[in-house]
Design a protein around this ligand. Sequence first.
Ligand code: FEO
Length: 393
Amino acid sequence: MRELKPNVYAVGAIDWDRRLFDELIPLPDGTSYNAYLIKGSEKTALLDTVDPAKADVLIDNLVEVGIDRIDYVVAHHGEQDHSGSIPDILMLYPDAKVVTNAKCKGMLIDLLNIADDKFVTIEDGQTLSLGDKTLQFVYIPWVHWPETMGTYLQEDKILFPCDFFGSHLATSSLFVDDEAVVYEAAKRYYAEIMMPFRGQIIKNLEKIQVLEIEMIAPSHGPVYDKPEFIINAYQDWISDRVKNEVVLPYVSMHDSTRKMVEHFVDALIERGITVRQFKLSATDIGKLAISLVDAATIVVGSPTVLAGAHPMAAYAAILANALRPKTKFASIIGSYGWGGRMVEQLTGLLSNLKVELLEPVAAKGCPKDDDFTALDKLADQILARHKELGIAD
Ligand code: FEO
């Protein structure tokens, strides 16, 4: 248990050892499930709970604060890493009501079997008095589920935005103490969780900026006591600006595609273009996701196997397609033995991206002079497009 401000406590759990989220997302630095307790002069509210695996930590923290009554459990989000311990809290504090919006209420009934009469349903902008402290609810849909909302604690000027602005980072510091470390973790989190909903994030960012905010206390990672740090970072990530960068996830079986990748990377570097190359058989997909936040171009490298793209290349394409980065250009490079539909398959898998597809390069067997010339032309084309955007010299 730690105190953000008088009578505002962090009572969540640090999960130092977790290495995978949703059985998909790597957590190189663990994570935390942040819950906050607000003691007003008349009522006490708990904002979110923790992942069920850490319910005992939450309960110990509540005991440490020394409260014998919780009046409200505010549920910002239905996902179980925050809502999953609500049933435990309702058992311990049977008079507590779950405060949330109608959509989240439906999800909590579906996911956790919470009884209908346990809920108090609120609307966007509504306030709830705890006596000397006032909670104001702010709908922030699609960060990253449709029901998500935040709470603004008016008197203390703290915004609790749930997953929005979060970072998967286990740290003993309550507040951000190393901006470079938190920037990387928050960008990873944005890339993996928020980027597909960039349009909604833009609207939500505008919405919360009318509030006077001294602290942002998200549901993962440290609390921002200098909110402009993370707000400025988000404004950069959600902007339409892209950078003079090519992201190049690739896989190679017998070195033909690898030789093409090496030549192509050299060609891009010679043209002053930043390259981020990822060997998919040994890649942290979070790093790949981070690189997609800003890059102007993605090029996928794949051999042909079983008449199509290598499954690892297909996985990268599906991932990029789902994350919907603001990338402007795409292409495919790779090799084949006697035929197949590798290029068509990968192109199809990138259909969500609003990109111009630049002429792919597919080599028959080991790449020859013609193939290297085609790769040079692709690099020329990328440079020309980046110049048109005003991001390359
Ligand atoms: Fe951290 Fe969407 O739950």
